[in-house]
Design a protein around this ligand. Structure first.
Ligand code: ZN
Length: 111
């Protein structure tokens, strides 16, 4: 295994997985109150992105049901490593493909 060189795709997937972990904490905190929805971090591959988007509990659950899906803002998608599975006026759901998808699934806190 090569540990010195990490492809951009792997790094990007790790950033997204990190945002997902933060959002999972926001989600568990919010779910307890049966909130209408939650404000989560954009889960794009840019580690410096600090923008947020609004999801309903149901939308969030649907995205999290798949280990390689992420919610990002329009324009934050990366067409080289992900495909768009859903798009609406608030956010885009992307599915990581190839190697990035494997990394995303490996790092899924829901297993
Ligand atoms: Zn973003």
């Amino acid at each position: 295994m090569n540990t010195t060189v990490e492809s951009w795709g792997r790094r990007a997937a790790k950033n997204e997985a990190l945002f997902r972990e933060v959002n999972e904490r926001i989600f568990s905190a919010t779910e307890a109150f049966e909130a209408e929805g939650l404000e989560v971090l954009c889960e794009c591959s840019n580690a410096e992105c600090a923008e947020t988007l609004h999801l309903s509990i149901t939308e969030y659950r649907l995205i999290r049901a798949r280990g390689n899906r992420f919610a990002v803002l329009a324009g934050h998608e990366d067409p080289t490593a992900e495909s768009i599975v859903e798009r609406n006026e608030r956010f885009i759901v992307v599915e990581k493909i190839g190697e990035s998808g494997d990394v995303a699934r490996d790092l899924d806190p829901r297993g």
